[in-house]
Structures are given as C-alpha cells and as structure tokens.
Design a protein around this ligand. Sequence first.
Ligand code: AQP
Length: 339
Amino acid sequence: MSTTSFTPRVFSGIQPSGGLTLGNYLGAIKRFVDMQGSDFETIYCMVDLHAITVWQDPEQLVHATRELCAGFIASGIDPEQSILFNQSQVAEHTQLAWIFNCVARMGWLNRMTQFKDKAGKNRENASVGLFAYPALMAADILIYHATHVPVGEDQKQHLELTRDIAIKFNNDFGVDFFPVTEPVIEGAATRVMSLRDGSKKMSKSDPSDMSRINLTDDADAIAQKIRKAKTDPEPLPETFEGLSERPEARNLVNIYAALADTTPQAVVAEFAGQQFGQFKPRLAEVAVEKLTPISTEMSRLMADPAEIDRILATGSGRAREIAAPILKKTYEIVGMVGA
Ligand code: AQP
C-alpha cells in the first residue's frame, strides 16, 4: 500500500482566500515549479471550496481565484505542462469528500490544530465545513491518486490524516486502491514566519499588512516591510545554530536562503558579524529582484480575465478526465449501484 505501484503524480492546492504571500510562494508555489517537468505529472489547484469554510465576499473570491491563477503562471507554472484549475469545477472532489467523511473518525478531526487555531474561542460558531476541511483535502489529493504533495510545514497534520484515510479505506474494503501519499516538506522556507512576530506563521489573513510580503507588493513596499521587520540588536552569529533562540532573525535568514536558492548556513557564513542594518538592505534587494518580475507578470495576466478563465476551464476538463474513473471505481468498491 505504498506509492510505488502508482503513477508518480503531484497534487497541491492553495486557497484563494486573499492575496498570495511570500509564505505561499516559498513554502508552496516555488516548489511546485521545481517539481514541474521532473518525473511527476503535476496538478495544481485553486481550492475555492476550502476558501469558503470562512466567509468570502463573492466578488472578492472571483478576483482572488483569478489572481491566484495569475500568480501560479507568473511564478513559472506552465498550464500546458501542469494541470491548473479551480476545485469547484471538478465535482468529483466533493463527491469523494462525502465518502471520506464517512471513513474519517470524529476523534481524528478533533485533533486537527488548524481547526482549533482558525475556530478560536468561538468554536460553536465555526462552519461545519471548517471542521470537515481535512476530509475534503484528502479527497482533493486522492481523487487523482496523487503520490506526492508539496506543502508548507503547517499542512503536515492534514497530510497525515490523508494517509490515515487512505489506509482505513483500503483496510475497510479489502483493497489496495488509494496510495498512501508522501508529503514533500523541504527547503529553508517550509514555515515562513510573520515579519512582526517570529512565533506566528506569515498568513494572508493576518490583519496586519506589515506582517507579510504580498506577491503584488511593489519594490518600495517590499523594502519598507523588510526594513521594519522585527529583529533583535545582536549581529548575525558565526553559525546557523546561533540563531536557535532568535526566531525573527532566523526567519529573515531562512527567507534570504530560500529566495537566493542557497542554504541558511551559507547565508550566516556570508553575513557573520554584521548587523541587521546591513543585512536587511541586501535581503530587500534579493526579494525585489525575485518578486517584482512576478508581480509585473501577474498584473499583465490580470488585464485579461477571460484568458485566465479559459485556462482554468481547460485545466478543469483535464483534471476531470483523471478524477472521473477514480470516483467511479470508488463508488463500485463502496457498493453504489450505477451504470
Ligand atoms: N507562512 C508560510 N510558510 C510556508 N508555507 C506556507 N503556506 C502558507 N503559509 C505559509 C503554504 O502555502 C500553501 C497554501 O496554503 P493555503 O493558502 O491553502 O492555506 P494556509 O496554509 O492557511 O495559508 P494562509 O496564507 O495562512 O491562508 P489563510 O490566512 O487564509 O489561512 C500550503 O502548502 C501551505 O503550507
């Protein structure tokens, strides 16, 4: 029941719940691009059904979905080489999610830390969708028999649940039908932290815009946010281990390493003994150099929403071709009568 007997296939998704952040870019999209053209078939999704587990203004959701699609393409996802689409257009995701709602156990979902974080103190008022989110995420992945899922560190627990669901389904029905998907959580930026608080993840929905770099920020905004990022008065240490008790400083070093395609150890070796007053302008330079071409290309693509919609529609058709036979077979295994 490993992944070895399945076609090597990557699936991952991002919610159109706001603008893309540097966290989404380094933790997810940049790595999606790296996996494209390797030994994998690659499928990337705008998970609009996940986004509505918390309130989304409909007009904003349309805009955010198109902008996310533009962000994928501007970052290097080729919609011909990869399948690029939005989740709501492939009904098989929600159909399989219902089956998985009946496989997953309440106790498993009760342990999900993302639900606890997002529901906060007002749990009674959270949507049922927010609670059931991980079963839909398992369906997103397994409806394609995806073998590998590149994500940031925050999604690790949901991927463990996806594996548990696949194993339980296979055991319950005595089949070897769903792969036990491998999470791919690698690199210097699997958890990019807020620029204002090194203990909090950089997030699209953080109320403070200064806590994050948006992919649509211009060069001045990027430089200003890095200049104002929280650090400490100490210079950079001789070794990366010297940053273990300095979360904000470590975060900036990790961001530099991920943007410059090097290791945090190499960054520390280069800047050892320097103050953050010297390091931050260099980080801003690297960030501007990498991110402004993406934001320029995103604006160009956003000028033609009809073309974006066409790309999404083509991607949905291609996704459905893989998903439909897997759903059909799942229904047969479960015992649903049909033609
Ligand atoms: N700060 C981060 N560092 C590294 N990776 C991150 N990801 C998100 N934030 C970071 C990765 O991006 C992918 C898509 O995430 P998502 O948008 O579907 O949901 P999320 O993790 O809940 O992201 P946000 O920005 O925090 O969204 P909101 O604010 O709407 O909840 C995932 O692979 C995630 O790991």
